[in-house]
Design a protein around this ligand. Structure first.
Ligand code: FE2
Ligand code: FE2
Length: 162
């Protein structure tokens, strides 16, 4: 099995996009699909935040702005995931919030795959990408599987702004 970082991350993207399509299927059990989406995104965001983004930032300084923008997009997704996790699926806002999460993440994945992953592949060697891939797999083992509480996110945001 390949441990190339970009290959691994794209596999995650493919899995989560499959869930996005299921969510929009007529008669889908949206509550159950959203739980799976939240788990996938929590793990994926964690391994990118902990490994991929810092390593790329360090090794490919030209991509600094892309990385900073991507961190912000993760933050928006984290907020929506936390709110959805705390929400009753019967709430009238549930489907709308999940749809906005899906639209945001779709756009984010397009930017990763279309704009800056190709530049990372160009800048780094195969060996480096494999080493980062191994770190991604290790981070996956200890990643949280459930979104944070909205209150924890608020505290984290306050800490950044104070
Ligand atoms: Fe990402
Ligand atoms: Fe990603």
């Amino acid at each position: 099995m390949s441990t190339d970082a970009i290959v691994l991350l794209k596999e995650d993207h493919k899995n989560v996009r499959k869930l996005f399509r299921e969510f929009h299927t007529k008669g889908a059990d949206q509550s159950q699909i959203v739980s799976k989406i939240l788990e996938e995104l929590t793990v994926h965001t964690y391994i990118e935040n902990e490994v991929m983004y810092p390593r790329v930032r360090e090794l490919v300084p030209d991509l600094e702005q892309d990385i900073l923008e991507s961190f912000e997009e993760h933050h928006v997704a984290d907020v929506l995931c936390a709110e959805l996790a705390a929400m009753d699926p019967d709430d009238e806002h549930f489907t709308a919030k999940a749809t906005v999460l899906i639209e945001n993440v779709d756009h984010h994945i397009d930017e990763e795959e279309g704009e800056w992953f190709p530049k990372v592949r160009e800048a780094l060697g195969r060996k480096e990408l494999q080493e980062i891939g191994e770190q991604l797999l290790a981070a996956k083992e200890k990643a949280p599987r459930e979104p944070s509480q909205p209150s924890a996110l608020r505290k984290a945001a306050d800490a950044v702004l104070s």
